[in-house]
Design a binder for this molecule. Structure first.
Ligand code: AHN
Ligand code: ZN
Length: 336
């Protein structure tokens, strides 16, 4: 071994998820570390993001009108505050579902660098679907979903970005928005109408009642199911329709980082998701990072979608990492 000090230093950098701070403490300088420093993008830690999924699923399914939901909501707001949001907005509201239930809901908004007029939104729904109605076993159709992927994964990636922003802020303001009641939409077997407005109830509320009067943002990025094993992301078509420049920016960043086999440069389908309402009601250009697996027999969103198998065991840290690092690349290159 020629120079054990260098090897130990590099190992430390590789294992610690320490990003820029860890790199600065070392004596070694590799090209990769120098580039990280030059661009000053802190290093997204996938282990940390994974633990944020676990902590959410440990509450139990976060189905509106349940204790697990309400407890997790308080925990999420506390996390945003702990990670340095300088303004937290808790938006309590009642909403009505397609099956005529009244839900007591909460949208959670954490603003970072809240005085900065140039703002980007990172958002994800945090509620769990009340029924695993796509489960292979009909006995599970009335059980709630753990929603490790369909809910917790996007929230976890955003929380990890928030944690990194506290270490080193980007040049712009960022609003982290955790949207409630996305997933109380009718399943395939619903005999009544299938309206787009049955989905994304929390987003519709926020878009009609923004947390700040005259609120504006440059664009929004929605994360939905960004941790599933085997995930691939095609360009979702409402995103292309409303905000092609944002799609190009995000897919371009992913390509530069070597994630071209996850962020495929191909068109996917139209997904009625939260970004649809941010575009159509709030008029903020918004995109959705959502899986597109046309060859998957269970669902084009992936094999665990709306099943009891959407749990922590089917999360892939590598997917969280690709999405997290791509988003960091985007927001740390955004100029005021
Ligand atoms: C529809 O299936 C119409 N939209 C999918 C929205 C969704 C559900 N995202 C996660 N779960
Ligand atoms: Zn869902």
């Amino acid at each position: 071994m020629k120079n054990p000090a260098i090897i130990i230093t590099l190992l430390f950098v590789a294992l610690s998820c320490g990003g820029r701070k860890a790199a600065n403490t070392g004596t070694a300088s590799s090209k990769a570390i120098q580039e990280t420093q030059a661009k000053a993008v802190p290093e997204f830690c996938a282990d940390s993001a994974f633990s944020f999924i676990k902590q959410q699923t440990d509450f139990g399914p976060r189905v509106p009108n349940t204790q697990a939901h309400d407890d997790c909501g308080i925990w999420l707001a506390a996390k945003l505050s702990l990670f340095g949001a300088d303004m937290i907005h808790l938006q309590n509201f009642d909403t009505r579902t397609f099956d005529n239930k009244t839900l007591k809901c909460l949208n959670i908004i954490g603003s970072f660098n809240s005085e900065c007029p140039t703002r980007v939104i990172l958002c994800s729904h945090w509620d769990s679907r009340p029924w695993a109605d796509n489960d292979p076993d009909p006995a599970n159709w009335s059980k709630p979903v753990d929603a490790a992927n369909d809910g917790a994964s996007g929230v976890a990636v955003i929380l990890e970005i928030a944690r990194q922003m506290q270490k080193q802020a980007p040049e712009i303001g960022v609003d982290c928005i955790f949207l409630d009641a996305e997933d109380w939409g009718p399943g395939e077997n619903w005999q009544g109408e299938h309206l787009e407005t049955y989905w994304g109830l929390g987003t519709q509320h926020w878009a009609k009642n923004p947390h700040k009067a005259g609120y504006k943002a440059r664009y929004a990025i929605l994360l939905d199911m960004v941790g599933g094993k085997g995930a691939q992301f095609a360009r979702e078509m409402y995103s292309v329709m409303f905000a092609k420049h944002v799609v190009d920016k995000v897919w371009g960043a992913a390509g530069r980082l070597g994630y071209g086999s996850l962020f495929l440069p191909v068109d996917g389908g139209y997904v009625t998701d939260d970004h649809y309402f941010i575009n159509s009601i709030a008029r903020i250009p918004s995109i959705d990072i959502v899986p597109y697996l046309p060859a998957c027999k269970e669902s084009s969103f992936g094999p665990t979608w709306h099943t009891t198998h959407d749990n922590i065991e089917n999360i892939d840290k590598k997917v969280l990492e690709a999405v997290g690092k791509t988003l960091m690349e985007v927001i740390y290159n955004e100029k005021p």
